[in-house]
Unconditional design. Sequence first.
Length: 135
Amino acid sequence: MTLFSYRGAYPQQLPSRIRLPSNLTSTNVVSLSEQELQEAGWQVIEDKPLSVYPNQIDWDGVSWYERKPTGWETQDCWSKLREHRNFLIAQTDHLVLIAYERGELPSPEVLTYRQALRDLPETTVDPWFVTWPTM
């Protein structure tokens, strides 16, 4: 899919109608030459390149560039990690409740798994690359 930038704006597909320098509009945009598109302010843009996770590709008005996650994105990633961790702990709540209702202790596997999940934020160095415990 070819992308186009209108005067440095974020690349997109061509709209269905383009205003030409003569102030006329063209609704047959596929028939316009690259020269006519440039005169109307549209530039053909290379396809968006791939990035190395967790880096992202952004547009600076001229070209694509790769950037590291911002502090806010990293904080959001930590929040999502904790949210998913809490979900996984909740998935094992019934095992603990059943054991206590029977007057028993939960199995060591369940207790170890739940403790590993609780410790996950402290044992994880990079929230983008998490090794999730298994039961």
